[in-house]
Design a protein around this ligand. Structure first.
Ligand code: NAD
Length: 452
């Protein structure tokens, strides 16, 4: 017999602990949620500093990483109602049985996170895993190494590894984990790795949640409040230097409003980041040299109408708007994931819809328009993980709106109760009585043809 690897032993320890039933206890779950909240509060500054070190984030943007605290508060408030078995009406054929739906934890779950919001995208799913009564293994992104280190330190110090543990590492570590039998894999990252993950999961038919990315279009109609539209687009695109999964990837603008919109967006960039964003305290940096170089390629085509400056030493790329691009250009061929905003234009909304529908279903779709008919057309004639009208990004920061992709942008939603649902199995239970027995269903069937 070959000896177990460290990861195999870890999973076995978690399986054994899960089997004790302790994680199912409501009080246990509540205690661990409070504990997690306290651990975050105790290390708030260290977490914020780690995110700043990884992404050069402004203070306020780094502070947004503490979003899991709101998830914890929400879970604590609702846990008792979420775990309650739900009595449902049995069908006539089940008479006189009673029927319930019981939410049950899945067991040992794996959570894998990306680097762009490295704390919240690992810890928010963990809140759901704890609330639903599971054991969890967390794999932060190796690219955001400072955040990975602090998460590992604070979680591994404050939770037993047989219950919750952080395994740091890169692709190899990820693959080692994925080679094992798990009860759920919650993955946030790119579609390329999403495909690899699905293949690994197929081996044991492990259920997965895939929170992926892609190109999220932003349609701008002529019937808008120009100033608000410009500000909301510029904020959504350039927060975290464009390294946001639901950032408006590109604009599809009604040609009649294009030049006014460009002017308004240029003014917004100036008012947010000043004349030289390189010295603005409110503008983040590109995560690493690989992504910096990848983004440089996008600056080589089209007409740069704002920005285009970069500094490889500091991994700075200024807020950039590019006009005159086509679908064949590299910038339109993949998710940009950086501070570059290309503009396409349309004369007819039907044409913009056709362009969107001929491509993979996006994670987010944005429409700026005050026209209700146009809003309804986008709602009915397109598909995307989320749809946001007249704003950007805000659809993410909610515990009552499930967040997730569709088609190539992902499968399964999270946030609030949706995360609890991802980590639960809704078990259907039927209980029959011994008081009497209806013989109708039993053979011989002669004389029972009326049942057909
Ligand atoms: P990524 O897919 O490269 O990496 C994500 C995780 O997978 C990391 O922890 C990494 O270590 C691991 N990984 C990398 N290669 C692997 C492999 N071959 N086998 C197994 N594991 C592997 O993604 P990223 O670059 O960290 O993040 C950017 C992507 O994430 C973008 O596409 C973005 O849109 C998406 N994203 C989606 C959401 C969402 O909520 N839907 C949120 C943030 C980011």
């Amino acid at each position: 017999m070959t000896e177990k690897t460290a990861i195999q032993s870890l999973i076995q320890q978690q399986r054994d602990f899960f089997a004790t039933g302790q994680t199912q206890d409501i009080q246990f779950r509540l205690e661990k949620l409070y504990r997690l909240k306290q651990v975050i509060a105790d290390h708030e500054t260290a977490i914020i500093n780690a995110v700043k070190a990884d992404l050069g984030r402004p203070d306020l943007e780094a502070y947004f990483e503490l979003a899991p605290v709101a998830e914890i508060n929400y879970a604590i408030k609702h846990l008792k109602s979420w775990v309650k078995p739900q009595k449902v009406t049995p069908s006539l054929s089940q008479f006189p049985a009673s029927t319930w739906i019981y939410p049950q934890p899945l067991g040992v779950v794996l959570i894998i996170a990306p680097w762009n919001y490295p704390f919240q995208l690992l810890i928010s799913p963990l809140v759901g895993a704890i609330t639903a009564g599971n054991c969890a293994i967390l794999k932060p992104s190796e690219i955001s190494q400072n955040t990975s280190k602090i998460i590992s330190e604070i979680i591994n110090k404050n939770f037993n590894s047989e219950y919750i543990t952080v395994v740091e590492g890169g692709v190899e570590t990820s693959q080692e984990l994925l080679a094992e039998k798990l009860d759920h894999i919650f993955f946030t990252g790119g579609a390329k790795v999403g495909k690899i993950l699905l293949e690994s999961a197929a081996k044991y038919l492990t259920p997965v949640t895939l929170e992926l990315g892609g190109k999220s279009p932003c349609i701008v109609d002529e019937e808008i409040q120009l100033d608000y539209t410009a500000k909301r687009i510029i904020w959504g695109k350039f927060v975290n230097a464009g390294q946001t999964c639901i950032a408006p990837d590109y604009l599809l603008v009604d040609s009649r409003i294009k030049s006014e919109l460009i002017t308004a967006m240029q003014q917004s960039i100036q008012s947010f980041f000043g004349d030289n964003p390189a010295i603005s305290p409110d503008y983040a940096r590109i995560i690493n040299r690989f992504h910096f170089n990848r983004l440089q390629e996008f600056l080589k085509v089209g007409k740069i109408i704002t920005g285009g400056e970069s500094n490889s030493e500091t991994q700075y790329i200024s807020p950039t708007i590019i006009d005159q691009v086509s679908w064949d250009d590299p910038v339109m061929q993949e998710e940009i994931f950086g501070p570059i905003l290309p503009i396409l234009e349309y004369d007819d909304l039907g044409d913009a819809i056709a362009q969107i529908n001929s491509r993979p279903k996006p994670l987010a779709l944005y429409l700026f328009s005050q026209n209700k008919d146009k809003q309804n057309r986008i709602l009915q004639e397109t598909s995307s993980g989320t749809l946001c009208l007249n704003d950007t990004l805000l659809q993410f920061s909610s515990r009552t709106l499930p967040f997730g992709g569709v088609g190539q942008s992902g499968m399964g939603s999270s946030h609030g109760k949706a995360t609890f649902d991802r980590f639960s199995h809704y078990r259907s239970v039927l209980k029959q009585t011994f008081l009497f027995d209806l013989p109708l269903r039993y053979a011989p069937y002669k004389g029972k043809e009326w049942l057909m």
